[in-house]
Design a protein around this ligand. Structure first.
Ligand code: ASP
Length: 323
């Protein structure tokens, strides 16, 4: 009989989309063609990994993690292998995930041996009653759940050693303001946000933080609401930039709150926070964001931001500079 429920077309699938970033600190004039090609190829690989999950009806959280793992495993980005070094020459990584359907979240700070901190962030969310675990306690959870652990040498690359040396020499000479205050030296934090076919949003962010940071320093990336946030009712956001300013501006949640309480569109909310509020405070950086309809925003107030988008058609678009 016409009109009976079995004759009704199935609920149309949401227009799925994955957006990723590879850090907002890029100085485009210093980017060699070889490096740009390598970065673009890795971003594309990450987009395709996430797309493969979304295409077969997988969850946005799985897509976000699949994409971020590719970037963590690449030495080109400041997350996992190739993370920036602390003032002591060590690696301390932060990461977080949030599920927009349940508003559950998990995060880790200051981990030193976990190959993929983004996976550990998910473990914290799913296997513990907590949201944020730091240092040794977080690594115990990684061990308990069999996540791959690596010796410090796996993460520390020669370019990062040289970068730390350069920054410390510049600081000592007093000629320049502390380099870790500038954009160029903290390129490469990674993040992903996605909308899946079921209409669920998720966000993830992973970083080594800022070069020459004091040991024990925690940035915005594992702080839910600052560097990462997801809520099906509004949006999913992942940030990159000078973390202290992102924490003080509560960037990711502020974008969601403008949508929820003031009815702003995703683009208007993201623009307001990144281009006005954060900038006025002196914070440089940007965000990637997606809402429940598949609208996206990628504002940044720094010179460039590595970023990429892939939708249902499977054609990745990647950009670095201002359009
Ligand atoms: N937001 C990161 C942090 O402060 C760094 C970055 O995104 O470049 O730790």
């Amino acid at each position: 009989m016409p009109g009976r429920s079995q004759d009704k077309p199935a609920k149309p699938a949401a227009p799925f989309v994955l957006v990723i970033h590879g850090g907002a600190g890029v100085v485009t004039t210093e980017l060699t063609p070889e490096r740009e090609a390598a970065v673009r190829a890795t971003l594309e690989q990450a987009l395709r990994a996430g797309h493969a999950v979304l295409e077969k009806g997988g969850a946005s959280l799985d897509a976000v993690i699949a994409a971020i793992k590719i970037l963590e495993d690449s030495p080109l980005f400041n997350a996992g292998k190739g993370a920036v070094l602390t003032a002591e020459g060590t690696v301390e990584m932060d990461a977080s995930v949030m599920d927009g359907a349940t508003r559950k979240a998990g995060a880790v700070a200051g981990v030193k041996h976990v190959k993929n901190p983004i996976e550990l962030a998910r473990m914290v969310m799913e296997k513990t009653p907590h949201v944020l675990l730091a240092g040794e306690g977080a690594e115990v959870v990684a061990k308990q759940h069999g996540l791959p652990l690596m010796p410090p040498d796996y993460f520390i690359t020669e370019p990062r050693r040289q970068q730390l040396k350069r920054v410390q020499e510049q600081e000592k000479s007093g000629k320049k303001k502390a380099q870790h205050e500038t954009n160029a030296e903290r390129t490469g934090t990674v993040g992903a946000v996605a909308l899946d076919q079921h209409g669920n949003l998720a966000a993830g962010t992973s970083t080594g933080g800022m070069v020459n940071k004091k040991f024990g320093r925690v940035g915005d990336s594992p702080i839910i609401g600052a560097g990462n946030y997801a809520d099906n009712r509004t949006c999913a956001v992942s940030g990159t930039g000078h973390g202290e300013f992102f924490i003080r501006s509560v960037v990711a949640y502020d974008i969601a709150a403008l949508m929820e309480y003031k009815g702003l569109s995703l683009a208007a909310a993201a623009d307001e926070v990144v281009m006005k509020k954060l900038k006025a405070l002196g914070g440089s950086g940007g965000v990637i964001a997606v809402d429940g309809k598949g609208n996206i925003a990628m504002p940044f107030n720094s010179e460039g931001m590595y970023r990429g988008v892939i939708r249902a058609d499977g054609r990745p678009t990647i950009a670095i500079r201002k359009e």
